[in-house]
Design a protein around this ligand. Structure first.
Ligand SMILES: Cc1cc2nc3c(=O)[nH]c(=O)nc-3n(C[C@H](O)[C@H](O)[C@H](O)COP(=O)(O)OP(=O)(O)OC[C@H]3O[C@@H](n4cnc5c(N)ncnc54)[C@H](O)[C@@H]3O)c2cc1C
Length: 421
């Protein structure tokens, strides 16, 4: 049977409403709210409670995307979308056939929120404010009488019998028929997962900037390059990426670097964030460009005439790094000097010596072992009645809206299953 709910086509599942169920959602973040709303929308008789350890709900949603909330990505081809998950690529395929980025767009549209796409595919609310998303969730939670218990950290999960759980808070105990653990990257959340029999894969930060010290970057913080090829050489593996990079106070950031950090998250942790980074700043035809400048502007200072796709301050640092006198005319620049400039632009090498997560869109790599979860239902294969959604799973995406999409999709599936079983 196919059922239409709020304009979204549901998948063929048994939609027979069950008798009142007490459903406990542990974690008042993106996945927790999305799941709680879906459960309540499917069956008003469900008694849904969100338990949140802190005093603030949807904390990460608020700060996400620099306060704009990059809700999802406009890549609606599921196979291509999955390629953006260093961990979870295979497992997310089937869930995305049930609820993918396009469904997210429809879901928000149905709630009166238009998502707009930026040139790189990232999608944001048209208001450009994460508060729009938060207001939407809070209004729906009120509308559906979903109970929210803030400052209620769940310390333990006790299984009462086959069909009943007891959640132990600091002061109270709560009885539930089903539970959803969506505690993000909280250490205690991983402990709760262990209590119900799950293993946690190796944890490591993902989506971080690289600490790099090099004279080339001196006083260049804020300068970015659009199309850069980067290769990270860790002791055991090489990783390649392409895209924008940003020079920061501490080294390098920007989408290409963040993607490298995601794919190499565990390797980088193991080598203590010490690795070699190779950068191709510009296209391979740079030699021809420089030769043309030399023949067209023989009497100009090398410090004044330079390729148009290079920022002047970067160019001057580059000349200094190659010990080229800034007062020389182009006609005085030797073949050897041109080759050294070309080499620095096409095969620049520096040492990464640490990571920096300050202000970045970081996520945790590692979490509940994916082999222990049924990806049709998000239910635990070890403890029936327990479900998982969001970042607590060993799933993480690159920057661009992929991490929220994981939260929406897995929450959606978990909610469907909790309502129907
Ligand atoms: C600065 C920043 C910016 C980001 N920007 C983006 C972006 O623009 N786009 C994107 O796709 N991703 C972004 N991310 C990643 C994204 O925020 C997360 O992937 C997403 O929030 C995960 O949702 P979640 O519900 O699984 O976890 P969370 O949103 O972290 O929610 C988990 C909740 O559980 C609560 N909790 C934990 N333990 C307990 C307990 N024992 N009892 C009760 N409650 C508990 C926590 O307090 C928290 O409120 C960003 C991350 C950061 C840090």
């Amino acid at each position: 049977m196919f059922v239409m709910i709020n304009g979204l086509q549901d998948h063929p599942i048994n939609m027979m409403p069950l008798s009142n169920q007490a459903i406990g959602v542990i974690g008042g973040g993106a996945a927790g709210f999305f799941a709680a709303i879906r459960i309540a929308e499917l069956n008003k008789r469900n008694k849904v409670t969100i338990y949140e350890q802190g005093g603030q709900l949807l904390k990460k949603v608020r700060i996400s995307g620099g306060g704009r909330c990059n809700v999802t990505h406009s890549l609606f081809d599921i196979n291509k979308f999955c390629l953006n998950y260093p961990r979870g690529e295979k497992e997310l395929k089937s869930p995305f056939y049930n609820f993918q980025a396009e469904d997210t767009v429809h879901w928000f549209k149905d709630k009166g929120i238009m998502l707009v796409t930026e040139s790189d595919g990232r999608m944001f609310p048209s208001s450009n404010s994460s508060e729009t998303i938060i207001k939407c969730f809070i209004d729906l939670v009120k509308k559906h009488n979903i109970n929210i218990l803030k400052n209620n950290k769940i310390l333990n999960i006790n299984r009462r019998n086959q069909n009943r759980f007891q959640l132990q808070g600091k002061e109270n105990k709560f009885e539930c028929d089903k539970i959803l653990i969506c505690t993000g990257s909280s250490k205690h959340g991983y402990e709760l997962a262990k209590q119900v029999g799950h293993s946690i894969t190796e944890l490591a930060p993902s989506l971080f900037s690289f600490k790099v010290k090099h004279p080339l970057f001196k006083d260049l913080s804020g300068i970015s390059f659009k199309n850069v090829k980067v290769q990270l050489n860790t002791p055991n593996k090489k990783y390649k990426q392409f895209g924008p990079i940003l020079i920061t106070h501490h080294g390098l950031s920007g989408p290409a670097i963040l993607k490298l950090s995601a794919w190499a998250a565990r390797e980088m942790k193991n080598c203590k964030y010490k690795a070699k980074l190779q950068i191709q700043w510009v296209d391979k035809d740079i030699l021809v460009t420089l030769q043309k400048i030399k023949s067209d502007h023989p009497k100009s200072y090398i410090s004044n005439i330079y390729p148009t796709n290079i920022v002047k301050r970067f160019w001057l640092n580059l000349l200094n790094c190659n010990n080229i006198d800034l007062q020389k005319n182009w006609s005085d620049i030797s073949k050897k000097e041109i080759n050294s400039i070309v080499n620095s632009l096409l095969d620049f090498t520096c040492n990464v010596n640490g990571q920096n997560r300050f202000k970045d869109e970081f996520v945790e790599c590692g979490g509940v072992n994916l082999k222990e979860v049924n990806f049709k239902t998000m239910e635990s294969k070890i403890t029936p009645g327990v479900h998982f959604a969001g970042e607590i799973l060993d799933i993480d995406g690159v920057t661009g809206g992929f991490n929220f999409q994981n939260a929406w999709t897995t929450a959606w599936l978990a909610a469907n299953n909790m309502n129907n079983k």
